[in-house]
Design a protein around this ligand. Structure first.
Ligand code: PLP
Length: 242
């Protein structure tokens, strides 16, 4: 068995066990493969092991892998910091959901471009639940306002929220981030905003997916535990200055 296939099985087991403990049905959970820096051959390996959803952080990587992956049915979400000059490519290369929508200006530009080409896009609103300046995302206090604003754009379909938990050895502090996202979701649901679904909670990664599942995650995003360590530190992807 290939390493990738083997690692995916182990992640599936972790997801199943976490669901058991939380009294949840594993069928409610989607596994997104975080494929930044991962080559197309390894991603294909994961597809042949039954996976269908990948997430990329940079448009350049979506483009580079597009040809090599297009014969295998799959879905690509965008999970990185999105610059407005990449919107055209995003639509052209078939990204089906932007999980990292975090500011009004980006939403307005997306709406303009999508209208021009008469397409729609699913989005999640990224919330910065850890308060760390190094991470993108709207503040928890402003999340509901951003949802209401984005809901005004007919080309953008809000499906829920996304967050990156705090990196901390203290599980309680990590858990607090995930619970916070869930509370924000619940509060937004109470407002019953037309056209807004709060079905998805995208949270949990290699090191903290159990905590996220206990707090209600519907999508967990896993990279390292499946594809191994990356060459670049994550700050390379999460920090605007790089
Ligand atoms: C890299 C990345 C992940 C996966 O992180 P791992 O610790 O490698 O599992 C999840 N979400 C986002 C937004 C990422 O950039």
């Amino acid at each position: 068995m290939s390493a990738v296939r083997d690692h995916i099985e182990r992640i599936r087991d972790r997801i199943t066990m976490a669901c058991d403990r939380a009294g949840r049905n594993p069928a409610e959970l989607r596994l997104l493969l975080a494929t930044k820096t991962v080559n197309a051959a390894d991603i294909r390996e994961a597809f042949f092991a039954g996976q269908t959803l990948i997430g990329e952080n940079k448009m350049q990587e979506v483009k580079e892998k597009f040809e090599a992956l297009k014969d295998v049915p799959h879905e690509t979400h965008f999970i990185g910091h999105l610059q407005t000059n990449k919107i055209k490519d995003m639509i052209r290369y078939g990204v089906s959901c932007i999980q990292s929508l975090d500011r009004p200006g980006l939403a307005a530009k997306l709406q303009d471009r999508l209208s021009e080409v008469e397409k729609n896009m699913d989005v999640l609103i990224q919330v910065n639940t850890s308060g760390e300046a190094s991470k993108f995302g709207v503040s928890p206090e402003q999340a509901a306002d951003l949802v209401r604003y984005v809901a005004g754009f007919d080309r953008l379909h809000i499906r829920g929220l996304m967050t990156i938990g705090l990196f901390d050895a203290d599980a309680e502090r990590v858990k607090a981030c995930f619970q916070r996202l869930r509370h924000i979701r619940d509060e937004i649901m109470l407002q019953d905003i037309p056209g807004v679904s709060m079905k998805e909670l995208s949270m949990g990664m290699s090191n903290d997916l159990e905590l996220a599942i206990a707090a209600g995650a519907t999508i967990v995003r896993v990279g390292t535990a499946i594809f191994g360590k990356r060459q670049y530190p994550d700050s390379y992807y999460w920090n605007e200055n790089k």
